[in-house]
Design a protein. Structure first.
Length: 192
């Protein structure tokens, strides 16, 4: 899949938010959840032991599949990694990252993003909402009482009490995108 995926996903989001009576909006679903960078993403997810639908949801939220994306905080590429995090993931994978601009390479960005997500999932006992909070706001900004919140009110309550409103929205969106990728299965080929 090529072209302006960021623009296509934005257009699809607008169409899907249209009036409920507008049944033509459903034709945009494939553009809202494309199997972008499928080969690279599938390989990265498989090697890192991360659910493919979760990684797709994260990348959709982070960059809207724009491999050249740069955030206000200087996060780069598809997985929107800060250069320091990218260098850390390169070291952990025993690779070299001679230039931060290499984070714009889809294969590398997805490999490092999947590795970082897997590391956070491991740190937080497989709890995707907590790992996503750490991915967005930094591990130091995860509430120390997250387990108690989940025990008392479940994951929905945790999502409402995450670090800040932007992070709450971020986590909710990615979990929703993950579910859409699970159910729609817009995959062109089976995984490894």
């Amino acid at each position: 899949m090529s072209g302006d995926l960021a623009g296509a996903t934005r257009a699809a989001d607008r169409a899907l938010m249209a009036e409920a009576a507008d049944s033509s909006a459903w034709s945009w679903v494939a553009w809202a959840f494309p199997p972008a960078f499928e080969r690279e993403l599938t390989t990265a997810a498989y090697r890192a032991g991360v659910e493919r639908a979760l990684l797709w949801g994260l990348v959709r939220q982070e960059s809207r599949f724009d491999a050249r994306a740069v955030s206000r905080s200087n996060a780069l590429g598809l997985a929107q990694l800060l250069p320091g995090t990218g260098r850390d993931m390169a070291r952990e994978l025993r690779e070299t990252l001679p230039s931060d601009s290499l984070l714009f390479e889809p294969d590398r960005a997805l490999r490092y993003g999947a590795r970082y997500l897997q590391k956070l999932l491991t740190r937080y006992g497989g709890a995707a909402p907590v790992a996503l909070t750490a991915y967005n706001a930094g591990p130091g900004n995860v509430r120390a009482d997250w387990r108690e919140i989940v025990d008392r009110g479940g994951w929905a309550l945790y999502c409402e009490m995450a670090t800040n409103a932007d992070t709450q929205d971020y986590v909710r969106r990615i979990l929703g995108y993950r579910q859409a990728y699970r159910e729609l299965q817009p995959f062109a080929a089976p995984g490894p």
